[in-house]
Write a protein that binds this ligand. Structure first.
Ligand code: M6R
Length: 646
């Protein structure tokens, strides 16, 4: 997740900004940059990118106040590398940037691979201002096309540079002051943003605006103000903060700040006192990254679908697949390759693509696929699913598929990762960085992307318009349903307390929820070290039933769907053998209350979307049990977040 820091005051900005970026490192990022307003002077050659830009001379209709210039440094990689670059010889006094107003950014790529050029801050061609941005501008492609028609050229592949050009375009055309041009440009954007803008022309102000991506204004002593995407970069300077809300914009000067709505109405904002310490802030107040990431799922799912589904028109638009959509839609066979949790998402994908798009699907462990000389025919499409995009076996499976002439697509979370780069086309999850080793929000976003792929394949082929609309409405409604179930966290914690000393667990489900049974078992074993197995519920009679006794908790996913009656029969069989049944079922279903020791309830949705809801209590249950057993939840023993060896 990207991070933002801004400073205006009387101290040198550079160190405050870089330190602020270090405080934001926990959010995960792939590049970093700063821009500082320096005292006037000519800009060096080769303005943009990893050097200094801007000469403070506004062009066109904008008011020219020759006062400063913006020096920009940005680097792919760690903040440490940016620090090194800043220590170079480019600064006016032989090293570093000199100025007491500036902005900084850590980027976690969403549009365009991690690189110096794609890193923020971004500037217009004359370097009159610099902008950092968190979030996603959904209509960036349409805006970019319009701006290109006007002759504008873009250096980066980012949606952020499009916003910069849009602001520049508005200002050039109207001669409005920068804050007004920013305001007008923002009214033309669709999507989520938290932005901060610094101006070479006016070294006594910063502009901050928010819609969907948090921004906090820190009020310091002696005319100092700070801006952060969270409180981490502010806390060592001040505890007095103002929270910007969606649709609000602040103009921040040394002597104060004004907050307005994007429409221009004045606002009185309350100053709050920060009570958290740094560690609490990094984890968003949660004890562990895993819990934070579980709780982030509603917004991660919203980001994942942002700009991609239009329920009113019954359309799915997956930009990364546009060029291959015909081939995918008419594929003879789809082969999904993945490992671990991503393999479980692939199993859900198999059900989704077969039932919605009516195309045969096979799911393969990437490690098996790569070595068994797979038979691939023209018309086969291989889709690799990987959160990290670096898993060695999945990458090898992609290469194997390509060598055998198949079209290889990627579903990755990490932008610019090896699998994302090497596949022929793909879809990003946009789930934000996942730091906890146990995958949670990546799983739900993978299932969400696979649902969108299945619907895109079905569009105009196997689903009528009204069916598409109903499916997309249901998909769009999922994030709020996840929000509702996350409110039951305490109930799940109570349940975890009861079973925390169990030595074994069995997870059973059918249909769409068989992969959820596997995922529930994997989550429990990897973080709590309790032995757990997942099975299709009907398989129980073929062996696992021998394990049932009163010391064996059995988790059934028993949603009221096409498999419900059969699952209830399996529950009866376990109850009859004194097994302790924990069931996950629909919110209003009380038929299982007498049969089960515990019932966890989840909201209603269409059958094919239920894994997005049924997995959530299982994630929470594993988390609480692991914490209660004193396990290292975020870094379980022997496990790595990204498995880059065979
Ligand atoms: O990055 P990937 O999605 O390719 O990783 C695959 C597995 O290594 C990963 O899902 C692993 O199983 C997780 N620890 C599960 O929580």
């Amino acid at each position: 997740m990207c991070g933002i820091v801004g400073y205006i005051g009387d101290r040198e900005a550079e160190e405050i900004l870089v330190k602020g970026l270090e405080r934001l490192e926990y959010r995960g990022y792939d590049s970093a940059g700063v821009a500082v307003v320096e005292a006037g002077g000519a800009a060096p050659e080769g303005a943009a990118g990893n050097g200094a830009v801007g000469d403070g001379q506004a062009k066109g209709g904008a008011a020219a106040i020759p006062s400063g210039r913006l020096a920009v440094r940005k680097k792919k990689g760690k903040v440490g590398q940016l620090r090194e670059a800043l220590g170079g010889t480019n600064g006016p006094r032989g090293g570093g940037l000199r100025g007491s107003v500036g902005i900084g950014h850590t980027r976690w790529a969403t549009h365009g691979a991690p690189s110096d050029v794609n890193a923020h801050p971004h500037t217009p061609p004359d370097g009159r201002f610099a902008l950092v941005h968190n979030g996603i501008i959904e209509n960036y492609a349409a805006l970019k096309e319009r701006l290109q028609e006007k002759g504008r050229e873009f250096e980066s592949s980012t949606d952020t540079e499009v916003l910069v050009h849009l602001i520049d375009d508005v200002q050039q055309a109207t001669g409005l002051p920068l804050e007004e041009a920013v305001r007008q440009a923002l009214t033309q954007t669709v999507g989520a943003y938290g932005i901060v803008v610094a101006s070479a022309e006016n070294p006594d102000f910063l502009i901050a605006a928010r819609n969907g991506s948090p921004l906090i204004l820190g009020v310091g002593d002696d005319g100092e103000h700070f801006i952060g995407s969270d409180a981490a970069p502010l806390i060592e300077h001040t505890r007095q903060v103002v929270y910007l809300e969606d649709g609000e914009m602040a103009v921040v000067r040394r002597d104060g700040y004004d907050v307005k709505t994007i429409e221009g109405a004045d606002l009185e904002k309350e100053i709050h006192e920060l009570e958290w310490d740094l560690e609490e802030i990094e984890k968003g107040g949660y004890e562990h990254f895993m819990l934070k990431e579980i709780m982030e799922q509603p917004t991660a799912l919203e980001d994942c679908m942002r700009g991609r589904i239009n329920p009113d028109k019954g359309q799915v638009l997956l930009g990364g697949l546009t060029e291959v959509m015909d081939r995918l839609g008419s594929a003879d066979r789809v082969i999904l390759v993945a490992c671990g949790t991503s393999w479980h998402a692939a199993l859900v994908g198999e059900y989704l693509i077969e039932s919605l798009a009516k195309v045969p699907v096979e799911v393969e462990y990437a490690s098996e696929f790569r070595y068994r000389e797979p038979i691939l025919r023209e018309g086969d499409v291989v889709i690799a699913i990987s959160q990290s995009g670096e898993t060695a076996d999945t990458l090898a499976a992609v290469r194997e598929a390509q060598e055998r002439g198949a079209l290889a697509l990627g579903v990755c979370n990490v932008v610019g990762s090896t699998i994302a780069r090497e596949t022929d086309a793909g879809v990003y999850l946009h789930a934000g960085p996942e730091i906890g080793v146990a995958s949670t929000k990546a799983f739900t976003c993978q299932v969400c992307v696979l649902a969108m792929i299945a619907l895109a394949m079905a569009e105009g082929r196997t689903l009528a318009d009204d069916q598409m609309q109903a499916h997309l409405d249901a998909l769009a409604g999922v994030p709020d349903k996840v929000r509702t179930e996350l409110k039951r966290d305490e109930e799940v914690a109570d349940l975890a307390k009861v079973y925390r000393y169990a030595a074994n667990f069995l997870y059973l489900g059918r249909g769409y929820n068989f992969p959820v049974a596997l995922e529930g078992a994997l989550k429990l074993k990897e973080i709590s070290y309790i032995h757990a197995e997942g099975y299709p519920a009907a398989e129980m009679k073929h062996g696992p039933i021998a394990l049932i006794d009163r010391f064996m908790p059995v988790v059934f996913i028993a949603m009221k769907d096409s498999t419900y009656d059969k699952v209830v029969s399996n529950i009866e069989e376990v109850a009859a053998r004194d097994g302790a049944v924990i069931a996950i079922t629909n919110a209003d279903n009380h038929e299982l209350d007498d049969l089960c020791e515990y019932v966890m309830r989840v909201p209603e949705t269409m059958e094919y979307l239920s894994p997005l809801l049924t997995v959530v209590p299982l994630q929470l249950m594993s988390y609480h049990m692991a914490v209660m057993r004193g396990c290292d939840v975020d870094q379980p023993r022997n496990l790595a977040k990204s498995v880059t060896v065979e």
